[in-house]
Design a protein around this ligand. Structure first.
Ligand code: NAP
Length: 373
C-alpha cells in the first residue's frame, strides 16, 4: 500500500455510445454485449454489458478510438480509482445508470493528447478530470467532448488528482453547506477511514474544527487510529465505544457536535444522532450498511434534530461548471499547502482489474484501489 495523499443525461449517454464502438470497427446495436476484437487496438477498456457482480461482468476489451471532432479532446488516462459508486453502478443499484454496454469508472485523471479546433479550455499536456459521473474512466485513452472535462493543475500529486473530483468535494461541501461552524466546533462522522472520511478529517482540521471519528473495530485498530490521528483526527472511537454510557463524560471535554456525517445508515447513524447537539444536523451521504436511518422520536421532538442528504451530482446540477472548478481549485490549494492528501491507496495495473475489484468490495481494507494505465 502507498499512502497517498451520476449524472447520466441522455445526451451524455448517446455521446458515450458513439465512442464505445468495439475495435472490430462495425457498429453494434446499443444493447449488444462486446466480444473482444482479434485486431490489435490502442484502447483498452473495462467494459460491462449487463449488471451484476463486478468481478464477473466487467471485462477488459479493445475499443476503437473515435476521431477527434472540433469540440473534442483526446485524453490518455493516467489513473482512476474504484469507488463504491462505481461498484453500485455496475451492480445496477445506483441512482443513475449508464446505457449498456458501458465503460466503468466515474473518476480519474487523464492527460490531454490533442484537442479539436474549437477547444479553448484545455491544451495538450494539461491534466483533466471528469466534469460529471458516468464518463467511463477505466480505459487507457478516449475522445471526450470538452464540456465533459475539467482542467486541473498538474503540480499536485497524481493520486490526489485521480481522487479529487468526488470525495474531497463531497467532504468540503458537507462541512460548509449545512451548519455554520466556527473554529473549535466539533463534527462527528462514521466510516471515518473511508475516502470521504479521510478528506473530512483533513479539511476539518484545516478549518480549525475538531473531529470525532467513528470506525468499525478491527484487530489492527491502533494502527488505523494512529493513521487517522496523523491526518488531523482529534478522536477516533469504535462503533462499540460510541454506544457506551461513558460517552456522556466524553462530551464534558469536547463540545457536542452540531454536524454529523453519516456514510453508513442503520444503528451507526442512530448512534450519531444520539450525540448531536440540540438543533444539530445529520447529513447522510452514503449507505454502506444497506440499512435505513432510524431516528428516535424523542430526539426529533426534544432536540429538534435535522435529517438531510447530500449528493455531489445534485450539487453540480444546482451549480455552474465554474463553481465546480472553483471548488476544485480551493481543494488544490489545500493539497499544495500539505493540508489535504489523497486517501491511503494501492496502485493496481489496469490488467489486474479483477483483483482490484474484488479487493475494493472486501471489508476492513482501508486502502482505495487505484487503477493505473
Ligand atoms: P471507501 O473509501 O471505499 O470506504 C468505504 C468505507 O465504508 C470504509 O470506511 C468501510 O469501513 C466502510 N464500510 C464498508 N462496509 C460497511 C458496513 N457494512 N458498515 C459500516 N461501514 C462499512 O468509500 P468512499 O469512496 O469514501 O465512499 C464512501 C461512501 O460515500 C459510499 O457509500 C459512496 O457511495 C458515498 N459517497 C457519496 C457521495 C455523495 O455525493 N453522496 C460522494 C462520495 C461518496 P471498513 O474499513 O470498516 O470496512
Amino acid at each position: 500500500m502507498w499512502v497517498c495523499g451520476a449524472l447520466w443525461g441522455a445526451r451524455a449517454s448517446a455521446r458515450l455510445q458513439r465512442r464505445l464502438r468495439p475495435a472490430s470497427g462495425r457498429r453494434r446495436p446499443a444493447a449488444a454485449s462486446y466480444s473482444a476484437s482479434a485486431e490489435p487496438s490502442r484502447v483498452r477498456a473495462l467494459v460491462y454489458g449487463h449488471h451484476g457482480d463486478p468481478a464477473k461482468v466487467v471485462e477488459l476489451k479493445n475499443l476503437e478510438l473515435a476521431a477527434v471532432g472540433g469540440s473534442d479532446v483526446h485524453v490518455k488516462m493516467l489513473a482512476a480509482p474504484i469507488n463504491p459508486s462505481d461498484i453500485n453502478m455496475i451492480q445496477g443499484n445506483y441512482g443513475l445508470l449508464p446505457k449498456l454496454p458501458a465503460v466503468g469508472g466515474n473518476e480519474g485523471v487523464g492527460q490531454v493528447v490533442a484537442v479539436g479546433s474549437s477547444v479553448t479550455g484545455v491544451k495538450p499536456g494539461d491534466w483533466v478530470i471528469p466534469a460529471n459521473a458516468g464518463l467511463g474512466t477505466w480505459r487507457t485513452e478516449a475522445v471526450f467532448s470538452e464540456e465533459a472535462l475539467i482542467g486541473v493543475p498538474n503540480d499536485i500529486p497524481l493520486q490526489s488528482a485521480a481522487t479529487l473530483g468526488v470525495n474531497p468535494c463531497t467532504a468540503y461541501r458537507m462541512l460548509m453547506d449545512f451548519e455554520q461552524l466556527q473554529p473549535g466546533d466539533s463534527v462527528i462522522q462514521n466510516a471515518s477511514n473511508s475516502g470521504v472520511g479521510q478528506a473530512v478529517i483533513q479539511i476539518a482540521a484545516a478549518l480549525g474544527l475538531r473531529t470525532i471519528n467513528v470506525v468499525r473495530d478491527r484487530p489492527d485498530i491502533q494502527k488505523l487510529t494512529d493513521r487517522l490521528k496523523n491526518l488531523g483526527a482529534e478522536h477516533v472511537i469504535t462503533e462499540e465505544e460510541l454506544r457506551k454510557h461513558e460517552m456522556k463524560n466524553f462530551f464534558k471535554d469536547v463540545p457536542q457536535p452540531r454536524l454529523a456525517l453519516n456514510c453508513v445508515g442503520g444503528r451507526s447513524s442512530t448512534e450519531l444522532l444520539r450525540h448531536l447537539a440540540r438543533g444539530g444536523t445529520m447529513v447522510t451521504y452514503g449507505g454502506m450498511a444497506k440499512q435505513p436511518v432510524i431516528a428516535s422520536v424523542s430526539l426529533l421532538i426534544f432536540k429538534d434534530l435535522k435529517l438531510r442528504g447530500f449528493w455531489l451530482s445534485q450539487w453540480k446540477k444546482d451549480h455552474s461548471p465554474e463553481q465546480f472548478k472553483g471548488l476544485i481549485l480551493t481543494l488544490c490549494d489545500l493539497i499544495r499547502q500539505g493540508q489535504l492528501t489523497a486517501p491511503a491507496c494501492s496502485k493496481v495495473p489496469l490488467q489486474d482489474y479483477q483483483r482490484a475489484l474484488e479487493t475494493s468490495m472486501q471489508p476492513f481494507v482501508s486502502s482505495k484501489q487505484i487503477l493505473t494505465m
